[in-house]
Design a protein around this ligand. Structure first.
Ligand code: ASP
Length: 334
């Protein structure tokens, strides 16, 4: 590869373990200088520009930071072949999902990555993860992706499934977009999102969405409390295919009351794999009768961020219902 063939890749750093060093109270994220040695090696293959956007443990990445990240990508997109975003792994699936919705029809590859061990650690997984992310960013396929442990997945399908294992992320209910093999980066062309129009930045999102995991014995008065607290959306992780307990109903308006008060209630399964389907069991049908929205096979991260985003766009309850029956970027199987 000679110099003129090099793809121009922007690396946006946000912190996380990948850029951390031991501090007085544990690992602390630093700016990109701690990544310089690895970046110099990558410069053999890519023309790299680095933008230190923020320096946070991803536990501190909040909706405000999602907006900053999405805007940085949108502003830079005309000047690069692809963008890599280094990010802490703990909330990376939330960010990659939300950024997918905020960057509608994004027209270049945007690839999130991070690591379980700091780049500076001799045995770190970070070099492999970064290299896979750069290869994907240079591959010319537009969309928001997450690269980890030699696998590339859609940003809106990724979930962190291991707290410390190097194979920390899985692509849930969706094939990998690519894998790194002895033959290089192998893309699964069927899994690449096809932009449906011009790229747009739509960053407004509502924080008034609550995630509720159903447990046996849950007091359904919680729904009244959430309405009183001003929540406008609820993602309910129900049992199995989408069941809810009705046996010992307590007084209160429950889910029906929340829906009648204008709250959009999206029901997903608390099982990680396969799709919820409220049409199978009586306990699911009862939920549908109350006016809930089916979350299908979406990840909790994607359902939460899609609902936050939809409420931010000021869609009505009916519009949100049809939005969840639409795949915006491959986040749901219809
Ligand atoms: N606590 C770290 C973070 O999410 C973990 C990691 O990056 O792996 O920022």
């Amino acid at each position: 590869m000679n110099h003129t063939d090099k793809k121009h890749i922007l690396l946006i750093t946000t912190g996380g373990t990948i850029a951390s060093v031991p501090g007085g109270e544990g690992l602390e994220p630093r700016r990109s200088d701690v990544m310089e040695r690895e970046l110099n090696q990558l410069r053999t293959y890519y023309d790299i520009t680095v933008q230190d956007l923020m320096c946070l443990d991803s536990s501190n990445i909040q909706p405000e930071e999602w907006v900053i990240i999405a805007r940085a990508v949108f502003d830079a997109r005309g000047c690069y072949d692809g963008i890599v975003i280094s990010h802490g792994t703990d909330t990376m699936a939330y960010t990659s999902s939300m950024v997918t919705f905020m960057l509608e029809n994004i027209d270049l590859p945007v690839v999130f990555t991070g690591s379980q061990l700091p780049l500076a650690d001799f045995l770190s997984d970070a070099p492999n993860n970064l290299r896979a992310a750069f290869a994907m960013a240079a591959a010319g396929a537009p969309g928001v992706f997450l690269a980890f442990d030699r696998k590339i997945m859609r940003g809106c399908r990724a979930v962190k499934v291991r707290a410390s294992g190097f194979n920390a992320f899985e692509s849930i209910n969706s094939q990998y977009v690519g894998i790194v093999t002895a033959l290089g980066l192998n893309l699964n062309r069927d899994m690449l999102p096809a932009p449906k129009g011009p790229a747009a930045l739509r960053t407004k999102a509502s924080n008034r969405v609550f995630l509720l995991r159903l447990t046996p014995g849950l007091d359904s008065a919680i729904f009244d409390t959430l309405v009183d607290m001003g929540y406008r959306g609820i993602v309910l992780e129900a049992f199995g295919l989408g069941g809810m307990n009705f046996l010992h109903d307590v007084p209160g308006h429950g889910i029906r009351g929340a829906v009648e008060n204008g709250v959009s209630v999206v029901v997903c399964s608390q099982c990680l794999y396969d799709s919820s389907n409220l049409n199978v069991y009586q306990v699911g049908k009862k939920l549908l009768d109350m006016g809930v929205i089916q979350g299908g096979d979406m990840t909790t991260e994607a359902a939460m961020t899609k609902l936050m985003w939809a409420l931010g766009q000021d869609y009505t309850q009916d519009e949100i219902r049809s939005l969840f029956a639409t795949s915006l970027a491959g986040e749901i199987t219809l």
